[in-house]
Design a protein around this ligand. Structure first.
Ligand code: GUN
Length: 295
């Protein structure tokens, strides 16, 4: 078993981004600036957004955190997104999900200018991604591609099983792993909560990507000998031995599964840090991204 070190790869990418930002500063070019909107006080969202803001600072990017109470209206949130669309110094906008139930996330996502949609959630970015055209790719799937690339993991002709059909991870991941370039060229099966014979299908995977949000659901009976296992799960479970009072659990029972795998990502320290590195890359590239048919 070889462990995929997402933390180390993320730091490596952050160094490259910092270098590029210094170069931009020296050349008098604009400095990327990420604006994050956080609604309410969900513990997980607070942690993720704080980490995104801190990483902006680390790499030398600008950042703004805009907070709203959980009761904010959809209209107010959309008005803020439109205001940010019009500010030239803001190169990336993200609205942290999930949003409270009075707000339709699709309405908010549709309001973000696709060029500044560094999460890659806008349908224009989704459509361009489907067609393999330049776009913002959602950060978590992109982070996984970067890990496969960094470790030179062979994907061509492999069977990739994606567990979970979320808009943020599962669906884009299945599209990206089936595209005709590296990392990709896989035969992809997308499984979800209603899939029958889940362990049996997962056991046929050369590459298993678990993004279903069920702690330690993937046990040895899901894993083929020699498989590559990528764990996207980050569920908080109570743990009195931790100062925070909780532990982060992946979708994979790491200790039970690891010896069957050729490569495996740990939780924490696997996919999580790569999501942030990819978001930084998207924000860096947003100013120079050229959509082929969008003006
Ligand atoms: N909530 C969970 N993951 C994400 C993400 O990648 N972006 C945003 N905006 N919200 C999330």
């Amino acid at each position: 078993m070889q462990r995929i070190d997402g933390k180390a790869v993320s730091l490596h990418i952050q160094q490259q981004i910092a270098f590029e930002i210094t170069r931009r500063k020296e050349s008098g070019l604009n400095i990327p600036h990420l604006a994050a909107i956080l609604v309410g006080h969900d513990g997980g969202s607070e942690t993720y957004v704080a980490s995104k803001m801190k990483t902006c600072e680390t790499v030398g990017m600008g950042s703004s955190l805009i907070r709203y109470p959980a009761e904010v209206s959809e209209a107010e949130l959309i008005a803020k997104v439109r205001e940010l669309n019009g500010l030239d110094h803001i190169t990336g906008i993200l609205v942290q999900m999930p949003l409270p139930k009075q707000i339709n996330p699709h309405h908010v996502i549709m309001a973000i200018h696709p060029q500044k949609d560094v999460d890659g959630f806008h349908p224009l970015n989704t459509g361009l991604m489907m067609k393999g055209l330049p776009c913002h790719i959602p950060a978590t799937p992109q982070g996984i591609l970067l890990l496969l690339e960094y470790y030179k993991i062979d994907t061509e002709g492999k069977h990739c099983v994606v567990l979970g059909r979320s808009d943020i991870v599962g669906k884009p991941m299945s599209v990206l792993m089936s595209r005709s370039s590296y990392p990709g060229n896989c035969t992809v099966t997308l499984c979800h909560s209603r899939t029958k014979n889940l362990p049996e299908i997962c056991r046929t995977a050369d590459i298993l990507i678990a993004a279903i949000g069920k702690p330690e659901m993937v046990t040895p009976d899901f894993v083929k000998e020699g498989a590559v296992v990528i764990d996207v799960g980050t569920t908080r479970v109570p743990d009195i031995s931790k100062k925070s009072g909780y532990a982060l659990k992946g979708d994979v029972a790491f200790d039970l599964v690891k010896d069957k795998c050729s490569w495996i990502t740990p939780v924490p320290g696997g996919v999580g840090p790569m999501t942030i590195a990819s978001l930084m890359l998207n924000t860096l590239h947003s100013a120079s991204l050229k959509f082929e048919s969008y003006s």
